[in-house]
Design a protein around this ligand. Sequence first.
Ligand code: UT7
Length: 322
Amino acid sequence: MKIIGTGSALPEKVVTNEMLASFLETSDEWISTRTGIKTRRLLSHETLIDLGVEAGKKAMAASGLQGSDIDYLICSNVANTYVTPSISSIILSQIGCKCPCLDVNCACTGFIYALDIAEAFHKAKKYKNILIICTESPSRYCNWHERETSVLFGDGAGAVVVTDGDNFVDSIVTGDSHTDVLYYKRTMEFTPFDRAEERTTSLVMQGREVFKLAVRSCTRDIRTILERNNMKPEDFQYFLLHQANLRIIDSIRENMKQPVEKFPTNLQKYGNTSSASIPIMIDEMSRANMFEDGANLLLSAFGGGFVTGAAIMKWEKINYND
Ligand code: UT7
């Protein structure tokens, strides 16, 4: 399998730390030093579906494929207004595809899970051209009166098209039940037969616990995938990590004993865009011609669950005509 097209889409509205400090008891100084985030893009007039459609269309255009060439669509998303039908089935018709489609909700690890599933389809020779779209709007499940969570997130979408090739080296995904440290609950409809007490919560997060779990699990996953492929950190041009907090990325980098330049970031501009953070970064770096042809890239992410994943791929340059 290999990536032959990338795309991304961001909401128009730029929200600075200073803007947040006008209605929350926070400051640019706190947010910048604790997280690295300076601005984020938040949905205002667009929808989550619009972002997914735009990112998906850009990825298809870059790949040279039409909607009718796509054999399978995988969408990664944590929450949206539709519980059913799936977000992938809604996006499908808007990008001109008519193929099987599947949603994954693996929190911020969704992109790596989707790659892992796509690779399994390829190995089984079931589907050739697979479009992966990660479209996320965490701003819509944060409580905007809570400074602990709302300052951290941003909305956005990233997409890739994969097809036959030998560039995807390996991936691992893990699950380990720590459901209390990060969750968002919605109530179901009332029934006269089930009296279970339910309450909608906005995003609940034990920040320090998530921080520690993130550093520990990403370091473990990276070491595992390096070892089983007989590779060293020095073999990689870039480590593309989930963009949650600069300090998390820096701690993992220190564990890998690698220079800062190998750990690119976009969280300063976009905040934590959940599963979209890595594909947005891949799209922007690829379009800026930052990946060397044949370079090894290592991806690693963590998310609510706790579910985590890592992947290794070799980059092959993509020609963008737009
Ligand atoms: O995709 C996964 C999503 N989640 C994450 O990745 C989160 C991982 N965790 C983190 O990134 C960090 O734990 C945070 C950025 C969330 C918090 O940083 P921290 O250094 O762990 O701070 P803390 O939670 O220990 O809070 C320190 C202080 C507290 O005040 P006191 O108790 O020391 O008086 C908080 O109430 O900072 C206060 N605080 C804030 N102050 C200003 C918490 N949020 C804010 C805020 N502005 N936005």
